[in-house]
Each structure stands twice: as C-alpha cells, then as structure tokens.
Ligand binder design. Structure first.
Ligand code: FE2
Length: 293
C-alpha cells in the first residue's frame, strides 16, 4: 500500500508510559471550552484586512515570485494572484505544499513586526493567562487546482506531534469559501472519529486515504469555513480539519498560528516533538517564541 497523506508522519510513542501521558494530556484538554464555552470562535480585525494583505503582496514581490507591475493587472487582488504566478510555483507536492508556500518562509521584518503586533493586540488579550506563541507564522497559498496527489488529508495538528493543549488560530487574508477554504469538523464529532480508531493516528491516517466509507462519513460530518478577509478563527487543536481540492476560481491566502497558555504548557505530562523532517521541539525558543506575552 502506497503511503499517502499523513501516513508515516504520525507520532511514535517511546513506551506504554509515554502513550499513557499523551492520553492524559489529550483527555484533560479544556482550554477552548473553559474560556470561550465553545470549541471554535471567530473574531475580526482590520489589522489583517488592511495591513497583512499589503505586506503579503510586498513579500511576494521581494522574494521574486511575482513582478511588481503584474499586481496592477489583477488590481492588487490577492485572490486572483494565481493568474500571475508561474505554474511551477503552484504545483502541489505530496505534502500539499507548493513552491510559493516554501519560498514565502523567507519573509522580512515587516511581516514579523506585523505578526507580533497582531499577537500582542488581538490574540494575547483573549486569554486569561499568558501565552507562548508560534515563533514564525505559517502562510498558505491555496490556488485553484485541477488535481491533488492524495485524498483530503483530514488531521489534527496533534496527529503531527503538537501538544493537545495548543489552540489553533487560522487567519483569513482573502475571503475563504467552499473548496478554497479549510474544511472543519466540530470537537464532539472529531473526538468520536479519533476514538473510532482507538486513538491510533497511523491507522486514522490510513483510513483517511483508503477507507471509502470512512472518507464519506468524514465529508458528511464536516464543512468548509466561510470567512471574510480580516476574520480569524480559534479552535480546539483536537478538531479535525483539512484543505480541499480548490475548484473555485479564487486563491485563498491564510496564516496559521498556534498558541498555548503558560499554565497549559506547564501542565503537559510529556515532551512534544514535530513528526516532520525537522523534528522541531514544541518548546519556548524553538517552535514557540522564547518569552510569554
Ligand atoms: Fe493542521
């Protein structure tokens, strides 16, 4: 069986105790419900609508993906950016990354300053406790495409090694709708699908790619987020989500971030490490910013 989607990159537990501590963390996670009384909540910020859009355009020009004059042709509309980006920078690899996403990591201090401002002014005040936040935000460019190499890669970031007590934040820098958006499942249903696989994430990743009935049920129980540019959603990190085959004629640009409250971080029963190539440690100074905010 060919490894597809997230097969082969789910966490490996060192022994029974490690697995037990993980399950304790997973089952005791309650941050979203205790603060917001819901597993997901959406807010709006002008900071994104005005400043992030401009800064993203500036960076696309700076890293040489698009020439400046071409933005004029699309009226500086980021959702039409696929019209001026070369095909080679839009093709997806097996991890659903394209060259634009990879090159965009090379961003300048303007983006980071804006990002810190966003965290400081819009995110930190939402939490009663201080938070550690993702040191470098992840930008996604989801272009209209005709085919993908794998089925929808339903997952939670926990299945890729993140601590369950993190909060996911997804920021819409263009309007996100239908198939260009993130497909999302509420917490109750997400937990039941994961439990159906006895919390065996490798088995889950396999079923997501190969079990037709399971895939059908996942699709029936989830829906795309409808978000306007400038809106951002916070959700429990145990909620299933995935990107889809974008058959709209609009590019979606978004930024995703993870934060964790200090007390939640301190309560974790084991160390957490990313399952990707870099094996990043989810600790302050490495994945998270060194200081609390
Ligand atoms: Fe994710």
């Amino acid at each position: 069986m060919k490894k597809k989607g997230h097969m082969g990159v789910t966490p490996v537990f060192s022994d029974q105790n490690d697995r037990k501590y993980f399950e304790k963390d997973y089952k005791s996670t309650n941050t979203m419900l205790s603060i917001f009384e819901t597993d997901n909540v959406t807010f709006n910020s002008e900071l994104i609508n005005l400043n992030f859009r401009k800064t993203v355009i500036k960076n696309l020009i700076k890293i040489g993906i698009v020439e400046k004059f071409k933005f004029k042709e699309i009226n500086y509309d980021l959702s039409r950016v696929h019209e001026i980006i070369p095909e080679t920078d839009k093709e997806l690899d097996e991890h659903e990354f394209n060259n634009t996403i990879k090159k965009f990591y090379d961003f300048d201090t303007d983006i980071l300053e804006l990002y810190y401002k966003f965290i400081l002014e819009k995110i930190a005040p939402l939490f009663p406790d201080k938070v550690y936040f993702q040191k470098t935000p992840s930008f996604r460019f989801h272009f209209p495409i005709k085919k993908k190499k794998s089925n929808n890669m339903y997952h939670t970031d926990v299945m890729l090694g993140h601590p369950p007590k993190e909060i996911n934040i997804w920021v819409s820098i263009t309007d996100a709708f239908l198939s260009n958006s993130l497909r999302f499942m509420n917490l109750e249903k997400s937990l039941s699908f994961v439990n159906e696989c006895k919390m065996d994430f490798e088995n889950f990743a396999k079923k997501v790619q190969y079990d037709k009935d399971f895939i059908k049920k996942l699709n029936q129980n989830s829906k795309p987020l409808e978000m306007k540019c400038g809106e951002f959603i916070l959700f429990d990190s145990r909620c299933l989500h995935c990107t889809q085959l974008n058959i709209t004629n609009r590019t979606r640009v978004s930024m995703d971030i993870r934060v964790i409250q200090e007390k939640d971080y301190n309560s974790l029963k084991r160390d957490y490490t990313g399952t990707g190539r870099r094996k990043i440690k989810f600790i302050p100074g490495e994945y998270y910013n060194k200081g609390l905010i």
